[in-house]
Design a protein around this ligand. Structure first.
Ligand SMILES: O=C(COP(=O)(O)O)N(O)CCCCO
Ligand code: NA
Ligand SMILES: [Zn+2]
Length: 311
């Protein structure tokens, strides 16, 4: 069934596992993700960026938001696993309101680049609107390094645990994304992969609410090999190692945002299929391999995060 993200995350919080939040822009990624969730009997959080809504709605936020609600709800209402739809990195009021109006389960208000007091003020406004119609809210404290969609923040600003406690009390957000050293994209960590576990532990103890890890893709070695065998150049790519991901779940992460790993899996399959099937031009065929690899990457992640069997 189509459910509220808060319901999925409250259960995960209680039972100390994490749920994958998986970004989509189209039908094919959704199909692959849902197949993995069905196979693993796992709850799923489907999420779209504002860019995905712009892409699907060819520029009209409400048209794009409705497209994703209809598609995701349409599938979810026929399935036994709980599925929710989340707006990722909401920054533009028009997009956030469109997502709420269209029927998204939850929205992220990302005002993490603003000073603390302004982040609180903006977040409170969104919480008021969202909660009035039963939509749950995610916010971010501290700044991810790397490229955050179209904004590149030079270095990451790690979360201040005391600020996090104050932020949650003042805003009543349902879940929080504390910056602990990850970054978006395929090129994470300058040197060795390292996250600030102490800060994460403190934020969990001080807030007690479901926590979100952004920039959580691992950059799967087998996928990189296949993609590069068929012409991709992913040199220098590096993600969050599985062991580190597992540690963050033990320390209280309950929602794990994953986009890059899905994109790399799909393009690896696409390259492989097109190379091996020069005569093919039916999209239902030439996207099969990409969907297969996305499904595999998601299925493995559901096992790793401990949400398999929790539907
Ligand atoms: O935090 C994440 C996932 O980050 P990634 O999958 O790049 O590690 N997201 O919010 C998904 C969209 C960001 C662009 O990739
Ligand atoms: Na998000
Ligand atoms: Zn993110």
């Amino acid at each position: 069934p189509y459910v509220n993200t808060k319901e999925i995350l409250e259960k995960a919080n209680k039972e100390y596992y994490a749920v994958a939040a998986l970004n989509i822009n189209n039908l094919e990624f959704l199909q692959a993700i849902l197949e993995a969730g069905i196979e693993k009997k796992s709850p799923l959080i489907i999420e779209t960026s504002e860019g995905a809504i712009k892409y699907a709605g060819t520029g009209d936020p409400l048209r794009g938001a409705k497209f994703f609600v209809d598609m995701v709800k349409g599938f979810a209402d026929t399935l036994d696993i709980p599925v929710s739809l989340h707006l990722d990195h909401g920054k533009d009021f028009k997009y956030i309101v469109s997502a709420i109006k269209a029927g998204y389960s939850s929205v992220m208000i990302d005002a993490s680049d603003k000073p603390f007091e302004e982040n609180v003020k903006i977040t409170k406004e969104i919480v008021k609107i969202a909660h009035s119609v039963g939509v749950s809210v995610e916010a971010e404290l501290g700044k991810l390094a790397g490229i955050e969609d179209n904004v590149s923040s030079a270095e990451s600003v790690l979360v201040n645990p005391d600020e996090a406690k104050k932020f949650v009390e003042e805003t009543q957000v349902d879940f929080l994304a504390p910056a602990i050293g990850t970054s978006h994209g395929a090129f994470k960590f300058k040197g060795e992969a390292k996250l600030d576990y102490d800060r994460l532990k403190q934020v969990k103890e001080l807030t007690g609410i479901p926590l979100v890890l952004h920039g959580a893709s691992s950059v799967v070695e087998e996928i990189v090999e296949i993609a590069e065998k068929y012409g991709a150049d992913f040199g220098g790519s590096k993600g969050v190692p599985s062991e580190i991901l597992k540690e963050t779940v033990q320390l209280g992460i309950n929602k794990v945002n994953t986009d890059t790993d899905l994109r790399m899996a799909f393009v690896a399959g696409l390259r492989e299929y097109l190379h091996n099937n020069p005569k093919e031009f039916d999209p239902r065929n030439y996207m099969k391999k990409g969907k297969e690899y996305v499904k595999k990457v998601v299925a493995d992640r559901l096992e790793l995060l401990g949400s398999a069997g929790k539907a």
